[in-house]
Design a protein around this ligand. Structure first.
Ligand code: GLU
Length: 542
């Protein structure tokens, strides 16, 4: 009927608008079905706020972001804070600020909202219990009342036989749980408020297959797996239950996360099955580890401290002991460089290209080109990337970034002057703050003279010729680097002087040390009066 009316155009436009806003069930179904057919990509980054975000975590977020953008999908930030004993104040804000600094923008999530809000698991607390109960009712989970002391005794008993304890098929029937207690006893204990957890009943001797986009099929036999806790006595789900429930409710299509979660994946596959969500199980992609520079193990904060590079995106001061963990931002890295470095630690674009804008990465990225093996972090290469991004900035941008450093040194210079300085020395630095060591002499005359240079390069017999050079500089017309240089060189030649000796001594007088870019460029920038003044002062003092 509706279709006939639509075809016949029997109704006013507002009627059709109303129909479109409130579609009849078959249209909704069709739309949903088409959506499934299209598999609109939805991915999430799901950190736990237990401290500062490691750069490995930033890389996970980045790959999720690139994948979402590439496929026109949605990138979600979900905070997994169900383990309240590990909650660290300030960590969530740190995560958000770090992602923002890197330009990894999420579409839905904490502080932003979205169709599946809230995105902080502690605020979704009430959603999880029902799923755990349903699994108990279906015989896939059970209540366990073991006290910490009882668990400890069981652990020690196993260890005395040189075996490791895990709550699994080998021990569950000797423990205090709803598999071993009568149902009246169980009901009574729950009614009187005894502490208990809900554990999964791991099936015996079953191969579970995790289809992983990076690793292929990973098969694990359930005899190796324990009866993990799904729901805790504090009324909170564990990571495993909350993670799977939320991935399902938030319609996540791809779970892209670190390799450290691969051992949990078989359990997650079983949870999908037992909760009846087999048909919409997300695709998994477990990313390779970031390794220490020597390749021996996972990159840690200690490696950073030991080798002098940051392993965190931003500075972090521990609220517990005030300890500082240094960040890329505060160490002078550009966010574009950090993102570029991280992108290539695990993903191989398959070409020689090393420098990528975010847009280029989105275009080139694919999970097929992410390797299985860990990638070594190379701190020198990280500096190289920053150097490249520094060279990409205009001289004026560099000058603007350098100005606060100069201000700290109480130097007020014209932006155009700083810009010209940056143009001369930028090739020599990896970081903005390094510009100072390469350029301080542009902003102030030397007050001391490098001792070693004085000893090696200063010769009193050069005083007279250098005084003449001072007047050549003074008379240079036009006063530019090329003309001045030519005039000085002609003088050196005519008087059969040693060019090296003269130039070294001249540089010492003007710069105060044996460093810096082309001397005539320096002279040109500081101006002839200043140059002559420095020469005369220097001669007097040396
Ligand atoms: N909350 C987990 C973490 O801190 C998330 C793991 C996952 O992505 O499933 O890394």
């Amino acid at each position: 009927m509706l279709i006939q009316n639509i075809v016949a155009g029997n109704h006013s436009p507002s009627y059709y608008r109303t129909v479109l806003m409130n579609p009849p069930p078959f249209l909704t179904f069709a739309a949903k079905y088409m959506n499934i057919m299209e598999q609109k990509v939805r991915v999430r980054f799901a950190p736990s706020p237990t401290g500062p975000l490691h750069i490995g975590g930033v890389r996970t977020a980045l790959y999720n972001y690139l994948f979402a953008r590439k496929h026109g999908g949605t990138f979600i930030l979900r905070i997994e804070d169900t383990d309240q004993t590990r909650y660290v104040q300030g960590a969530e804000n740190y995560i958000i600020e770090a992602l923002e600094w890197c330009g990894i923008i999420f579409d839905e999530g904490v502080s932003k909202g979205g169709i599946h809000a809230p995105y902080r698991q502690s605020e979704r607390k009430d959603m999880y219990r029902g799923y755990a109960d349903a699994m108990v009712a279906d015989g896939h989970a059970y209540y366990a009342f073991d006290t910490p002391e009882e668990l400890d005794t069981a652990r020690k008993e196993k260890e005395s036989r040189k075996e490791t304890f895990q709550y699994d098929q080998s021990v569950r029937m000797n423990m205090r749980n709803s598999l071993t207690l009568s149902s009246d006893d169980v009901k009574g204990r729950i009614a009187q408020g005894d502490h208990y957890v809900i554990r999964i009943l791991m099936p015996e001797n079953e191969d579970v297959i995790v289809h992983d986009l990076i690793r292929g099929d990973v098969v694990v036999n359930t005899s190796k797996l324990d009866d993990k806790v799904l729901f805790k006595s504090d009324g909170m789900p564990t990571y495993h239950l909350a993670n799977v429930v939320d991935d399902h409710l938030m319609e996540i299509t791809h779970v892209i996360r670190g390799e450290e979660w691969l051992p949990s994946a078989p359990l997650h596959v079983l949870l999908y099955r037992y909760l009846g969500w087999d048909g919409t199980i997300p695709k998994f992609a477990h990313l390779p580890l970031l390794l220490k520079p020597d390749g021996q193990g996972k990159l840690s904060k200690r490696d950073g401290d030991r080798l002098g590079f940051p392993v965190f995106p931003l500075n972090w001061i521990s609220p517990e002991n005030g300890e500082l963990s240094s960040g890329y931002r505060e160490s002078g890295y550009f966010p574009e460089a950090v993102v570029n470095i991280l992108a290539l630690l695990g993903w191989n674009p398959g070409t020689e290209q090393e420098l990528f804008t975010m847009e280029e990465m989105v275009q080139a990225f694919s999970l097929e080109k992410v390797g299985k093996h860990g990638s070594k972090f190379d701190p020198e290469k990280a500096k190289w990337f920053n150097h490249q991004y520094l060279q990409k900035k205009t001289d004026e941008e560099l000058a603007t970034l350098f100005t606060p450093v100069l201000k700290e040194k109480e130097i007020n210079a014209e932006l155009s002057f700083v810009t010209a300085v940056c143009a001369l020395v930028k090739h020599r630095v990896n970081f903005i703050h390094e510009l100072w060591n390469q350029s301080y002499f542009f902003f102030a005359a030397p007050t001391t003279y490098d001792e070693k240079t004085v000893k090696d390069k200063w010769k009193p017999e050069l005083v007279l010729p250098i005084q003449t050079i001072a007047s050549i500089i003074n008379d240079a017309n036009p006063f530019d680097a090329v003309v001045t240089k030519q005039a000085v060189m002609d003088f050196i030649k005519e008087n059969q002087l040693n060019t090296g000796h003269v130039m070294n001594a001249l540089r010492l007088l003007i710069v105060g040390a044996a460093l810096g870019p082309d001397l005539f460029e320096i002279i040109k920038l500081i101006g002839k009066e200043e140059a002559v003044r420095r020469i005369n002062n220097g001669i007097e003092r040396l």
